[in-house]
Write a protein that binds this ligand. Sequence first.
Ligand code: ZN
Length: 208
Amino acid sequence: MEQIRNIYCVGRNYKLHAQELGNDVPAKPMIFGKPTHALAEANGAVIELPGSQGELHYETELVIHIARSYEEGVSLEQMVDKIALGIDFTLRDVQAELKKKGHPWLLAKGFQNSAILTPFQPFPGLEACLQTDFALLKNGEQVQRGNIGNVIFDLMTLIQYIGDNFGLDRGDVIYTGTPEGVGPVSDGDVLTLLWGDQKWGEFTARLR
Ligand code: ZN
């Protein structure tokens, strides 16, 4: 995998997902990060994940790759050169405990292999993205399906917000949030990431 710099993620960017976890819909983008050590490529191989800290949930997300430094007035096509599908793995029970305490989410979302990525594909433009659903299959059955058209904060809004608040430059990636349908993974599950009908990545979860 080519060198990735910063990993930004967006929480609660689809209304139905915020609601399924009993959360309010945010008024501003809710941004968090993951360490680069969290990255793992969905290339057909086995990926090890934590199996003894309560439920491990998949969150299937469109991931955009940033092509250049952010400045006011740049277009989406200038900012994004590639896209991938990703899974923002989340230890849901750990996250619930952290939320209760008002602590950061890193233990629940930043562990090794928590940031799954398929190989990147050229950015086909926003219109093509709006016309293509992405999906996750678990052992061959569809468990999540989403479309970037249903987000609360669109791609350019996320880019502006992250660029203004944290900086954004070539090699950064943004996990743009999960649609509804998040759920648990078990040891041995085969997870397949689809863009329309195309299989972009697959792996077997090994929980330990
Ligand atoms: Zn997420």
